[in-house]
Write a protein that binds this ligand. Structure first.
Ligand code: SF4
Length: 328
C-alpha cells in the first residue's frame, strides 16, 4: 500500500555525480517503491540563476535524465517530467504570487546568501526573489503529502505550507500542506577533499567508466598529516574514508581500514584499492546502463513526454480546482 504522494525535482545541471547519487537519486529510488512519486527536471528553476546562460540547458536535461534512469529511477512507476512542459505550474505560480507577501520571500535565508555567493550574476531579479513561490506551486499542484528534503531546505517547505494555508483560508480548502520527509544524506567528498561539485572539478560522474573512476581515486587527497607510508593516519579527517563509509561494509572498515590506517599497517594506495573493490561493483552497472541508454536516441524525449502527460492530468485537475475556488 502506498504511504502518500511525494514530489521532488532537480535543476538540469548536466551530468550527475556521486553527490547527486547519494544526496538524492538513491533516496528517490527507494521512495518510488513506497510512495506515489512524481519527479521532475526543474528547468524553470534553472532560469532563476542561469537566465543569461541558457545555451546548454537542453543538453544538460538530456545528460541528467540519462543519469537518472541509469541510477534506477523507473519512469513507468514514477512519472519523470519536464517542468516547462506544464504551463499549469506557471499559472498556479502567478496565482500564488498574488497572495504571497514580499517580506515572506525576503526573509528566505537562501535569498541573501545566494545573492552574496553568486556574485558573477545579477540576482536582483523578480524571478529569483519569487522562486520559492514557483517551488510552492510545483509542490502544491500535486497535492504532495511529502517532499524529501535535507535540513537546510526546511524553510522553503515551510513557505510552501504558509502559502497553502493562506490560499485555503482566503478561498476554501484546495491545497494539502506538504510535510518534510527529512533525509540524512551521506557526506560525499570530491577528490580534492572539498564537497563534490562540478564547479570544483573534483567530481566522479555516473558516466565515468571504471577506468576513469580508478584514475580519479588513485591520486585522491588523504589525511594531509600522513606524508610517509610509515606515518600513522587518521581516518576521521580523511576524505577517502568518507567514501569508505558509503561503499565499504562497516565490518571491513572497523577491522581493516580504521586500525590499518591508525597503525600504518596499510598504505593509502592499499586503502584506495580496497575502496575501489567495493565502489566499482556499485558504479559499473550504472555506467553500463547509461552507455546502453545513450544509444537510444529518443529515450529521453519519450520518458519526459510520457511523464509530462501523466503529471498534467493531476496538475490540470488541481489548477481547475484552484481557479474555481478563486472564482476566475
Ligand atoms: S590509509 Fe586510507 S583512511 Fe588512512 S589516510 Fe590513507 S587513504 Fe585515508
Amino acid at each position: 500500500m502506498v504511504k502518500g504522494r511525494v514530489l521532488s525535482g532537480m535543476r538540469p545541471t548536466g551530468r550527475l555525480h556521486l553527490g547527486h547519487l547519494f544526496g538524492a537519486l538513491d533516496n528517490w529510488r527507494r521512495l518510488q517503491e513506497e510512495y506515489e512519486s512524481f519527479f521532475f527536471v526543474a528547468d524553470w528553476h534553472a532560469l532563476t540563476t542561469e537566465y543569461a546562460e541558457t545555451k546548454n540547458i537542453r543538453e544538460n536535461i538530456r545528460e541528467m535524465v540519462l543519469d537518472m534512469l541509469a541510477a534506477g529511477l523507473d519512469a513507468s512507476k514514477a512519472p519523470l517530467f519536464l517542468q516547462s512542459r506544464l504551463h499549469e505550474h506557471a499559472e498556479l505560480h502567478l496565482m500564488l504570487s498574488m497572495i504571497t507577501p514580499v517580506p515572506w520571500l525576503e526573509r528566505n535565508p537562501t535569498y541573501k546568501e545566494q545573492q552574496q555567493e553568486l556574485t558573477t550574476r545579477d540576482l536582483s531579479t523578480y524571478g529569483f526573489l519569487g522562486y520559492p513561490v514557483l517551488m510552492a506551486s510545483d509542490i502544491l499542484i500535486y497535492k504532495a503529502n511529502y517532499v524529501p528534503v535535507g535540513i537546510d531546505q526546511v524553510p522553503h517547505l515551510e513557505l510552501a505550507r504558509e502559502i497553502a494555508r493562506r490560499f485555503n483560508h482566503l478561498y476554501g480548502q484546495v491545497f494539502v500542506e506538504p510535510e518534510a520527509l527529512l533525509t540524512e544524506f551521506a557526506k560525499v567528498p570530491g577528490t580534492d577533499g572539498r564537497k563534490m561539485s562540478k564547479s570544483y572539478g573534483n567530481a566522479i560522474y555516473l558516466a565515468d567508466s571504471p577506468e576513469q573512476v580508478t584514475a580519479k581515486i588513485k591520486p585522491m587527497v588523504t589525511d594531509p598529516a600522513r606524508v610517509r607510508r610509515s606515518d600513522p593516519g587518521n581516518p576521521d579527517v580523511c576524505p577517502v574514508f568518507d567514501l569508505h563509509k558509503i561503499f565499504t561494509p562497516q565490518e571491513k572498515r572497523d577491522s581493516v581500514i580504521d586500525p590499518g590506517c591508525r597503525t600504518a599497517a596499510i598504505g593509502c594506495l592499499d586503502c584506495k584499492g580496497v575502496l575501489l573493490q567495493h565502489m566499482l561493483p556499485v558504479l559499473r552497472p550504472i555506467y553500463e546502463r547509461r552507455q546502453e541508454l545513450a544509444t537510444r536516441r529518443d529515450i529521453v524525449q519519450e520518458v519526459l513526454e510520457d511523464g509530462s502527460a501523466r503529471a498534467k492530468k493531476v496538475a490540470g485537475d488541481t489548477l481547475a480546482e484552484a481557479k474555481a475556488a478563486m472564482q476566475i
